[in-house]
Design a protein around this ligand. Sequence first.
Ligand SMILES: NC(=O)c1ccc[n+]([C@@H]2O[C@H](COP(=O)([O-])OP(=O)(O)OC[C@H]3O[C@@H](n4cnc5c(N)ncnc54)[C@H](O)[C@@H]3O)[C@@H](O)[C@H]2O)c1
Length: 430
Amino acid sequence: MIGTGYVGLVSGVCFADIGNQVICVDKDKNKIDKLSSGISPIYEPGLNELIKKNYLAKRLSFTTNIDKAINSSDIIFICVGTPTKKGSIKVDLSFVYKCAKDILKYSKRKKIVVTKSTVPLGTGEELEKIFSRKKKLLTVISNPEFLREGEAIRDFRYPDRIVIGSNEKKAINKMKKLYTPITNKGSKFFTTSRRGAELIKYASNAFLATKITYINELANLCEKTGVNIEDISLGIGSDSRIGGRFLRAGPAYGGSCFPKDTKGLISAADKYKINLSVIKSVIKSNQERVNLLTQRIHKILGQNIKNKKISFLGVTFKPNTDDMRDSTSLKMIPYLSKKGAKINYYDPSGEKNEFKKIKNCNYRNNIKSNCNGADLIVLLTEWDEFKSIDFKKIVKNNKFKVYDLRNLYSAKEMKKNKIKYYSVGRPNLN
Ligand SMILES: NC(=O)c1ccc[n+]([C@@H]2O[C@H](COP(=O)([O-])OP(=O)(O)OC[C@H]3O[C@@H](n4cnc5c(N)ncnc54)[C@H](O)[C@@H]3O)[C@@H](O)[C@H]2O)c1
């Protein structure tokens, strides 16, 4: 596994756990040092235990030595990042191409090279061009990953589907064998062209981003009309053609995948002069949502927010991960701090480097000290420990308000407790 991030590490550990010999290689020495002493460099429930178990069983090893890792492997998974290029919507494939050059350099016998990273359609062909000198040794296939951070181990073990993009029978059979312990438990295994597999990944993420954006826009309409968005989600989601998941209104979508993959899909389509206008609107609407919700905070607190105390509960883009990439908090907190608000935040995954230099922004290491004395509590991420807070008991300020961006609490209960409470797309009972 080249790249021991959220995808490479979880996949490597899980492949080891079903009996394979796995070498995880990363250029980041810090990560490899941590892993070699049994500590996961990322927060992912259950991962530490699996690392230890498979490391002790000698099925799993960690190294920065890519030469040795490539030489000893039959199947090489490329799991490095594919971020958006700065100032563009294009995908930065430089990490993938660096891996390809290393694979070319160090491969001395037949290998299957698998892109598990999310790569634009046509990347497999580009890799083949790089490998042309050793084309008899290196077969390139696509096997996009669909795991979700926070649920990554479960998702890897019980995926809805395993997609293999290749026309090479031998390579497909090897992948089938590798995944047999997983498909035996009922996961669908299907093959398509390499380009097809590459596109499936982008198309899935863009579709999910569209669902989120759609329900978020409907929530805006509900707020104006006194309709409850949760009834709408249930009403439309009960239709089996639509399905109820990804229909919970809340903050803008964020994370390391949806923002970059929606852009990546448009950029790929642009190359073929295809206008993906739906996805373009989704990106625009999602960017506007961050501003809209930030302005809502303004409105709840009154126009002058100087010296107002705002306490954030959760700053990651979703619970059970420490991943901050493209989280709504990264835009909201600096903006509110600039306007003079005093920000506290608490996140169960710990303090964030991203906020260390933000003026008047302090990390608190528990809910109570975070919320004490707040004028406004913004509930941004639905970590379990935020689901049953006795606000009255901890805030110690009679005038505090709560803005629940995840609709975790009942507006009726809040009203009964005389707490000014705002949520997303639900009738305002204040
Ligand atoms: N994070 C997710 O939830 C998720 C889910 C599905 C697919 N993906 C896709 O998987 C890919 C990886 O995502 P991630 O979140 O795991 O990324 P990440 O940034 O967490 O990890 C990438 C790792 O690759 C290492 N790396 C980069 N270049 C290297 C090289 N030449 N040699 C060795 N190591 C190298 C980096 O040091 C880093 O540790 C991306 O394409 C992403 O879109 C991510």
